[in-house]
Design a protein around this ligand. Structure first.
Ligand code: HEC
Length: 99
């Protein structure tokens, strides 16, 4: 369920390992995991950021300069929490650059 949500939506812009029109999943996960090693905090911060993307609360200012601020996707918080937990649990480096 959350993998479908992730693959159907986030992957449009975020490739697994390659930064093209947005930072790769591996990249933003690495930044978030070093800021929030504990799953609960990772999920809290990521889901509320994606719910309402803002430069002031970004952990990736350089990416905003490079790609522009991520648009608001109008998901509800529960869905985003599921997606964030899925990102935390999944090793995207093992899936190669495919997609
Ligand atoms: C329309 C393209 C697009 C889609 C769809 C998209 N993103 Fe993004 N996202 C971006 C861009 C561009 C950035 C880099 C600029 C920024 O950080 O705002 C970004 C940045 C991020 C960041 C880093 C935020 C920070 O601290 O700056 C996270 C986390 C993230 N996206 C998660 C997601 C998740 C989860 C989904 C799916 C629910 C998703 N994105 C869907 C374009 C997209």
């Amino acid at each position: 369920m959350s993998s479908l949500l992730f693959n159907g939506n986030c992957i449009t812009c975020h490739k697994e390992t390659q930064t093209i029109s947005a930072p790769s999943v591996v990249k933003f996960k690495e930044v978030y995991k070093s800021a929030f090693p504990v799953k609960k905090e990772f999920v809290n911060y990521m889901s509320s950021w994606v719910l309402n993307p803002k430069e002031e609360t970004s952990l990736m200012h350089h990416s905003i300069q490079k790609h522009g601020l991520m648009p608001n996707l109008s998901y509800d918080l529960d869905t985003l929490r599921e997606i964030s937990a899925y990102i935390y649990e999944t090793d995207f480096t093992k899936r190669g650059g495919k997609h």
